[in-house]
Design a protein around this ligand. Structure first.
Ligand code: ADP
Ligand code: ADP
Ligand code: ZN
Length: 211
């Protein structure tokens, strides 16, 4: 039996987005990334986007109420087909709200130490065309500025700047790390070592989801 209502947990830079793209292709789940949805709202200059932009650029969290209202309908809609939550929940209040409108099968907790988070995020580049995630150290040739998959332009996220990255990690420790215990107590937490190669992490995830 495949587990289809899945949460990806872990600090920024742990590899959630990288894994999510491969998992949804293999298991046909709906990818729900609150970060991606918010960045889309920002680029379309919607009311939510305007409110969220400053908060995101500083590496703080967008208020719980706004996030819950934004994601709730999408989760309910995807419940039948199965979903992969990436970047939500990020606070205890969000996890409690989630438990009222969805049943979660498993929470995959991808761990990564702070120094590695900082190293990875300063080198992260993202494709403007297809969203594919790259890294200067791991999979980009020196001077490469376009996406191998679609030819799109690679850019550096506003919040992938040293000072903001450090703040995001602190915010993670304070507000999101408590969810590890929250889900451990529910007996649905599974740990993965995010410092391993992405193919290894992926195969461990598939084993857990399809066991
Ligand atoms: P998150 O969504 O958790 O913030 P990403 O998937 O965007 O993390 O990955 C952060 C950065 O680390 C990206 O530059 C990505 O290419 C790189 N990365 C992801 N997984 C691995 C891995 N297992 N080993 C090395 N680098 C990785
Ligand atoms: P990363 O995994 O690299 O930290 P995300 O793309 O998940 O980045 O999130 C980027 C930013 O969007 C966060 O720093 C935060 O400002 C906002 N955000 C995303 N998801 C949430 C959430 N569930 N609650 C509050 N803010 C969020
Ligand atoms: Zn691309």
């Amino acid at each position: 039996m495949t587990l289809t209502r899945v949460v990806l947990l872990g600090p920024p830079g742990a590899g959630k987005g990288t894994q999510a793209k491969q998992i949804i292709d293999k298991l046909c789940l709906v990818h729900l990334s609150t970060g991606d949805i918010l960045r889309d709202e920002v680029s379309r200059e919607t009311e939510l986007g305007m409110t969220a932009k400053g908060v995101m650029d500083r590496g703080e969290l967008v208020p719980d109420r706004l996030i819950i209202d934004m994601i709730r309908g999408r989760i309910e809609e995807a419940a039948e087909s199965g979903f992969l939550l990436d970047g939500f929940p990020r606070t205890t209040a969000q996890a409690e709200a989630l438990s009222e409108f969805a049943t979660i099968d498993v929470v995959l907790n991808i761990t990564l130490p702070r120094e590695e988070v900082i190293r990875r995020l300063t080198g992260r580049r993202v494709c403007r065309g297809c969203g594919k995630i790259y890294n200067l150290t791991f999979n980009l040739a020196e001077g490469e500025t376009t996406c191998a998959a679609c030819g799109g332009e690679l850019y550096q996220r506003n919040d992938d700047e040293m000072e903001v990255i450090a703040n995001r990690y602190d915010v993670y420790e304070k507000s999101t790390a408590p969810l590890i215990e929250f889900y451990e107590e529910l007996g649905i937490l599974r740990a993965l070592d995010g410092s391993l190669g992405s193919e290894r992490v992926f195969s461990e995830i598939i084993d857990i989801l399809t066991a």
